[in-house]
Design a binder for this molecule. Sequence first.
Ligand code: PLP
Length: 442
Amino acid sequence: EQEQAAYTSNHPRSRELFGQADNLFGRVPMTWMNMWTGGFPLYLDHATGNRVTDVDGHTYVDFALGDTGAMAGHSPKPTVAAVQRRAGELGGITTMLPTGDAQWVGAELERRFGMPLWSFTLSATDANRWAIRLARLATGKPKVLVFAYCYHGSVDEAFALPGPEGKAQSRPGNVAPPVDLDLTTRVATWNDIESVEAALAHGDVAVVLTEPALTNIGIVLPEDGFLERVRELATEHGALLLIDETHTFSAGWGGATRAWGLEPDIFVIGKSIGGGIPCGAYGITREVAAAVTRHTDAGEADIVDVGGVGGTLAGNALSTAAMRATLGEVLTEDAFAHMVELATAFTAGVQATFDELDVPWSVSQLGARAEYRFARPAPRTGEESAAAADDELDAYLHLALCNRGVLMTPFHNMALMCPETTRVDVDRHTEVFREVVGALFE
Ligand code: PLP
């Protein structure tokens, strides 16, 4: 209550703006974000690097980084320059004509993640939806296999939990699932290979859709051999493997796919690769391409010519220019080395607080990202991690850190480093985290 009162009295302008926004039914990008700072969010004034300044004049060290959308930092200079040039001097933000930037980005994505063929979208959600369609077309099968408590954007098939008799059921809070989810979805438990095998054994799964580690219910890392076995089982049962690296790109320059030697058939990424400009991409293998290609007489090369995927603004000149600059000049190997080093220090700082105060929580790191969970040892499954969730604690920590100038992503307690994050920023978090957790346990 004290933290809430401090937040409310220190943010009169944000509060006022939120009050005036009653014509916007979500009011902020995602409705649930309103809950975490006591009913009204911070309103942005300006942001640069890893600093965000709100309309009441407070500047924060930002570890939320737009829930990964700003992993390249806020308005990275090379991205801004490329976007300004395209929007201003060159023009043609959206023409439905490709530019050479698209090829460059495709080649760079191949270098990093291995898929030879790429297509662009405006968000990771779109990329997942279109990838699922391709998988259905390629396999002739209807269902998507997901893991309990996964999140892949607003993809209907993925808001599911295991139900009776191996059937999928809608996850509580799911907004109006369009059909019986049992027609579209099977659900397995993370790190439980038997549940994957049982789900695939029905023979109706087109694609296994997963992150390399669950990141939207706290980080839940894969146990040794789990992802490899999922890969084998998918192949054995005629399903494709779709790896969604929208968050786990934090694992390194080539994501977890490169770091851990994963071999997906379809690959999805979004959020950070455009330096904050809306974008997304999905890549496929040549085998998948062959399965979905309709040969036409029209062109010199075979093209993957499928209706129902793609969009008017997909791969527009602004977002491809942004991706080229961000991948080429901002999210470089050196940048990742720096970010991972800082995330390691961040994780050690959190762990030191847990150890010193004997707090029964755990922290996990995935490259440039760290998340903590109110359970020890670290949860092994989405179900365990969900059971450990505590909305009240989440809200307290989020608010208390915010009141002390540190922003984290609420809900899954995520902190992310960007190229401009410094050791001083990490030490600042360690200090305030110790203070706010101490207030609970001492
Ligand atoms: N995939 C994963 C793994 C995500 O975590 C998210 C969003 O958090 C998405 C996809 C969807 O991204 P967007 O909301 O930008 O479409």
